[in-house]
Design a protein around this ligand. Sequence first.
Ligand SMILES: [Zn+2]
Length: 241
Amino acid sequence: MKLEAQKQRTLLELSRTLRLSAVGAQAPELEEKLELEKAEKEHKRALDAAAASQMAVDDVENDILRIQADERKLRKRERDDKAQLSAATDPDVRRELEHDRYAAKSRIGDLMSELQEAHNEIHALRNNRDVHGARVDEAARKLETARRAFETAQQATPVAPERDIDAEIAELRGQLDEQTLAEFERQRTENGIGVEEFKAGKTCGSCSMVLPPAERAAIANAPKNEMPQCSDCGSYLVRPA
Ligand SMILES: [Zn+2]
């Protein structure tokens, strides 16, 4: 394709801007923002784990209260049986009271070992809850640090002016003639690039192929107003000014 050197740069810019438009021109995410999101997730995880450990403590504390309430009832029953026994004379009644008193004592014994177990358990569970509580505090501190770092970075990052890619494309097209645009579009339809740079005197900027020496020489020696094509991908190549 014949095109004066200045316009070749314009066409190259058009080709690149069109590709930018296709992927969407977005500012890269701040590293600090990713760190902040990570710290938020870790804080949330620590809170969930702490809540679960508190729930385990609550369960066993409720068990202890239930056992203690049962125990009080059984001790009262045992005392009542004992009081009635001191007055009862009928053998059947006495037998029944003896039996009930024995059952109450036996159940109290069971409850006492349940209570002992629950006390042992609650000790470990409370320790676990405290460990999780400390982790929440630590995660909250890290979150706060990450938030401050993000805010500082955000303030230090200049807000890039919004690019109007469509307007840029229209402006670049306006600088080029119809025939050049048609030839460019034909090649762009074929390989998705159309025009790229001839890099370091040996590499096609479109397909990244290092061209054979004879082709490199031919490209280097082509007239300035000529855009040679890459023998591999067909893109028109713009030589550095
Ligand atoms: Zn190529």
